[in-house]
Write a new protein. Sequence first.
Length: 407
Amino acid sequence: MSWLSQEKTTSLLCTATQPVLEGILDGVTVKGEIVPNLSTVEQAFKRVEIMPDLKKQYDLSELMNLVNHRLEKVRSLLVILNTKAAVKKAYQTFEAGNDAVKYHLSTSMCQKNRQYKFQQIRKDLRQSDIKKVVVFSTNLIEAGVDLSFEAVIRSAAGLDSVIQAAGRCNRNHETDMAQVNLIKTTSDLENMSGLNQIKKAADITETIAHDKTNLMTAPIINNFFEQLYNHDERNKSELKYPLNIKDTQLDLYHIVRGNIVDEGEVPSGQLLERREQRALAPSTTDFTVASQIVTKCFNVIDSPTTDVIVEYSMDDEKFSGTSGDTESHDIITQLLSEQSKFGDVSKLLKAARPYTVSVYDGALKKLQEEGAVQYYENQDIWVVLKSAYSPEFGLGGNELNPDEFMF
């Protein structure tokens, strides 16, 4: 963005939770808000109150008590937790009975599976004859999903995630003012040991959340991001995108600013320090000569995952009303055919995207040990056995340990 500004362009940042970009390393200068009188606008559009309850920890039983208590006053409720395992536990424990329908959502499900669930949830939310609708989900539902619930329960996370969760509440003004319950959970319910970034952001949210504080204001959001980006030295170094190239510890930020033609000319740490001491101003060349290293090393979302193809059919869904849905089966069959070994399979792989699930290395290893996934070298694809995929829970929903598929 700094480079773009030098090229006499204008960048438009559009988000409900805009990060503080001026306080970080060589941050971007934001000239101002497009919307005038932001505080007045915030108040005018306010339809949700975030109610923090972070002094106690909720176990599974207490969470169910809170769910049932909220359902006494609202018709629809969204419960967002931080791990797939916790979402599954809560979903299985909640007793819908004859008064409610319940849904489970997680990224263990392929895109096609989730789309069908969204359709059914949207349909049930519109039908007056269905008394209660309860959805248990990971944070996948927080952005890009046009669903509106009368109330939300959100497990503690970064304030940006909490506000995104609030965006699923009272979208259609079902009531004058709705509530989002922000809670802490026990480690038995949510194992956060592998989610350091979420835990760190949740801790910052807790420090700024008070009973009478309106968390959905620009000053509070700015406060959150200032603490998040300057929380500790480790976090500051991460903003520079650290790399290990040819046994040399560098960071992508300095590489981009350095005059580097290719990896063979990666400068030493001393050279980078001298450039900093001389306060060399960045130029257009500085931002373009390292393009190959940037292309190879930089990921917007740095996630070591592998896509696996699952066999999912809407025919497997209860009351789906469909018949003859064999698309995923047909795609897999064509990919594994003899002809695909020698032909262009790009169109087939594109068609298979809605039927893929991204899994971490540990989860992939577990799938292999269980004999639930097969690698096909000629096509360079992983295919999951149909028996290892559940339309209700997704990948591993039938027989594998859900803890192996933590978000």
